[in-house]
Structure formats: structure tokens, C-alpha cells
Write a protein that binds this ligand. Sequence first.
Ligand code: BG6
Ligand code: MG
Length: 218
Amino acid sequence: MNTLQHDKYDAVIFDLDGVITDTARYHYLAWMRLANTQGVHFDEEFNEQLKGIDRMGSLERILMAATRQYSLAEKLALAEEKNAQYVSLISNMTPDDLLPGAVQALDSCRAAGMKVGLASVSKNAFTVLDKLGIMDKFDYVVDAAKLARGKPDPEIFLKAACALDALPARCLGVEDAVAGVASIKAAGMTAVGVGERSVLAQADFVIPGLACFDLNNY
Ligand code: BG6
Ligand code: MG
């Protein structure tokens, strides 16, 4: 390993859904079901814009494509319905649901002397981390319930950097969502996108998955 390159960062801050585990798929299925009940066409392309966007923000985007207006009470009920479906989909998750290379990527950061953070806007993040059995691999996990603004606002990554005592310029952010990469860049950090370069155009580096995560390359 090239220690000179590791000197560039003090902390690595990971997104959860779609990076460490494939819960992005469960969010997609739950939103698809909700959209269908409201007569809104929903597909992978629509879903791409929702990745990294918080629950109410995602719902608003779906309902914008509906033919009628919704009251706040109706919106809250629909958000609750989606979450119940999502919670049921994640109920049987185990450490087997970690994506390939996820544990190795987290461990490689610690081994290189860096702090490890988690920046997910999901209010279910603590439950998912617990089911995956990886809570102890993080030095700090942002509590999404305490955020004023979701991604693409930089708040979540800046909050993680501050808690990890790292300057934003010395942080690496790892994200699968367009909004998440925008959040990392707005925070003044280096972004590793997980997915496709054509989608994650703003990322500094793009890898297909954490199995390809290598600190020597960033
Ligand atoms: C993000 C997902 O991590 O969390 C989004 O990418 C999701 O798809 C958001 O909407 C909020 O999750 P939750 O669990 O609070 O509804
Ligand atoms: Mg994600």
C-alpha cells in the first residue's frame, strides 16, 4: 500500500443504501407499489432520481406525477404506508446481505488509520446496520432524524466530518446516488461514486461496487 496517498484523507464517510447493502432495491420496490396505487408510472429511471432523497422528498416527487392534489394528512399516511412495506422487506436481513467487498472496504479504512463514518438519510439506517452486524465498524453514524436538510444539501456529510474531527477537504465520501455525490461535492470532499460513470457524472472516481474499493486509487 502507498502510505503517501493515504495521507490525503483522515476520514471516509459511506452511504448505506445501495453501497453497503442492496436496500436501494427494497426502497425501489416499496415506492413502486405506492406509485402504482396512486396511478403513477414508476420505473428504474424515475427511481434513479429518488436515490438518496429522504422519505417525504421522495413521496413529493412521486405525487407530482399524480393527477390530483394531496393533503398533508394523506401524504403522511402514504409515507407511513411505504415505510411499513420497507420495514417488512428489511425484516429478514442478515449479515449475508452485505454487498461484496463491503466489510473489506470498511476494514481497509480503519487499517489505514482513518476514521469511518456513515451518512445515510434513512431513518431505518440504525436498524439495517444492526441487522448487518456492522455497527462497530463505524466511528460515527449520522442520525437522519436530526437533520434539517437531506441530500443533495451538504449538511449530512459536514456533520459526519465534524463528528469525526476531520476537515472536509481531508474526507472521502462514497455514494451510489446522484443526490449523494452532489452532497459530497457541495461539502468540499472527494467523491467515490458506486455505479455507472454516465449516471454519477459529478463523482471524482467511479467504481462498480465496493469489491473494487481501493484507497490507493483515490
Ligand atoms: C436513502 C435512500 O438512503 O434513504 C432513499 O437512498 C430513501 O431511497 C431514504 O428514501 C430515506 O429512507 P427512510 O428509510 O428514512 O424512508
Ligand atoms: Mg444510497
